[in-house]
Design a protein around this ligand. Structure first.
Ligand code: DAK
Length: 260
């Protein structure tokens, strides 16, 4: 498919999606959100894809937020629609049946920081900058940031970040647990590809169910979450991947997982 505001590339079983609106530092407008949503739906259905890397085109920004020029004259009804649209697309990314790694190469502000938080893993370049500056614009985070940030880091740190709009550099983001690794800018994509390839070599159903168990479990009490884990663990014993993975171990050979 031809896209206006994103790029989609493939490296074997790894797909890379880049937000590509350099004139607005990759800010998100409605069209970009729609393209991102359509691309994710395609990648979810593509059996050849086992992991996705999400990044920003160019070397300055991951995503500098929701598009301020686009939002300026929204009516309350349109603003609510826009917020719902963003929340829907970000939840779609969070619920993708395969892992999504955010390669945060520059500014990840507002909706950009929120987009990275909808991904499963965040790897930052030394140049990355994170923040939720919505309050400086007289608004508030609207793409899930009040919820995901408070769950990812602790609520006090999330509130400080959301109330002050302060910008955190990559090392500060690492310190508060917002990212799992910081690497030199030139090594960011290689590092993300390395992680993606390691994941892609694992049993796809096991990876998918693990993601499902974690995501569902985070929103319920631990006893119920254990049940989800046990249920999924049971179901996985009906898959070819389980037989193949365990047989390969016993036969001292590399497993050839099919994801079924
Ligand atoms: N939107 C639109 N254009 C943007 C933009 C953005 N978020 N960020 C940058 N740009 C544009 C600039 O206007 C500029 O355009 P031209 O003037 O060249 O036409 C171009 O990108 C380059 O930016 P700068 O010249 O400003 O570049 P600098 O290096 O000087 O500064 C910066 C980089 C990232 C520090 C600065 O651009 C900046 O502060 N940008 C805004 C960051 C920001 O505040 N982001 C949060 C946006 S608010 C909701 C739904 C969603 C949201 C909230 C509520 N509901 C509907 C309830 C989410 C809100 C946000 O994300």
């Amino acid at each position: 498919m031809a896209w206006n505001n994103i790029l989609v590339e493939f490296d074997n079983e790894i797909a890379m999606v880049s937000i590509n609106r350099p004139k607005a530092l990759n800010a998100l407008d409605n069209e970009t959100l729609t393209e991102l949503s359509d691309a994710m739906a395609e990648l979810a259905a593509n059996q050849g894809v086992r992991a996705i890397i999400l990044t920003g085109a160019g070397d300055k920004a991951f995503v500098a937020g929701a598009d301020i020029a686009y939002m300026l004259s929204l009516t309350p009804v349109q603003a609510k629609e826009f917020s719902r649209h963003g929340q829907y697309v970000f939840s779609q990314i969070e619920d993708m049946p395969k892992p999504v790694i955010a390669a945060v190469n520059g500014f990840a502000l507002g909706g950009g920081c929120e987009l990275s938080m909808a991904c499963d893993i965040r790897i930052a370049s030394e140049k990355a900058k994170f923040g939720q500056p919505e309050v400086s614009l007289g608004i508030m985070a609207g793409f899930g940031g009040t919820q995901r940030l408070a769950r990812l880091v602790n609520p006090g740190i999330a509130k400080e970040m959301l109330f002050t709009g302060d910008i955190y550099d990559a090392q500060a983001a690492l310190r508060i647990g917002l990212v799992s690794k910081v690497v030199p800018a030139g090594e960011l994509l290689d590092e993300c590809k390395k992680i993606a390839k390691r994941i892609a070599a694992m049993g796809p159903v096991g990876v998918r169910f693990t993601k499902e168990a974690i995501n569902q479990g985070l929103n319920m009490d631990q006893e119920k979450a254990f049940n989800i884990e046990a249920d999924l663990f049971g179901v996985i014993f009906s898959t070819a991947d389980q037989t193949e993975g365990m047989s390969a171990f016993l036969e001292k050979r590399k497993a050839g997982f099919k994801g079924e």
